[in-house]
Write a protein that binds this ligand. Sequence first.
Ligand SMILES: Cc1cc2nc3c(=O)[nH]c(=O)nc-3n(C[C@H](O)[C@H](O)[C@H](O)COP(=O)(O)OP(=O)(O)OC[C@H]3O[C@@H](n4cnc5c(N)ncnc54)[C@H](O)[C@@H]3O)c2cc1C
Length: 112
Amino acid sequence: MWNTYVNAVSTDRVLEILSEERDKARIIAGATDLWLEMERGVCTGIETLIDITRIQGLDKIHVDEKNIVHLGCLTTHNQCAASKIIHKGIYRNRSSNRNCNRCRRGGNISDH
Ligand SMILES: Cc1cc2nc3c(=O)[nH]c(=O)nc-3n(C[C@H](O)[C@H](O)[C@H](O)COP(=O)(O)OP(=O)(O)OC[C@H]3O[C@@H](n4cnc5c(N)ncnc54)[C@H](O)[C@@H]3O)c2cc1C
């Protein structure tokens, strides 16, 4: 089970910890998956959890000059569903209502 919980405030700090601790450190975003995996013993050998939810700017959705939509890794399902950029009808909410404001797109992509 983990023994250090880091509330990271910059991506540089996250990368620093990951490069030092490698497989012993894991990013935690909404924790909807990781917490259950640790409780069930699916995820083992983790000593450090790096909470990224306080890092500013990772929950933004924007379109660049090439018309490519960028989803920050902390955007929630509900932020995507409400976004004018992500047009209604294109976005499909893949999660249960309970998780819509908590789980993040980054965790979802990493998880699948
Ligand atoms: C009851 C329940 C229902 C669910 N229903 C659905 C569903 O309908 N559809 C669906 O797709 N999923 C579903 N899930 C799975 C889960 O909720 C999603 O995958 C969710 O998006 C995970 O996001 P999180 O922020 O909670 O990730 P976390 O649990 O915090 O992290 C999950 C994994 O992603 C890694 N991670 C998180 N953020 C990053 C990042 N920025 N960079 C790199 N790695 C990262 C973590 O280290 C961890 O390995 C469900 C889970 C539960 C418990």
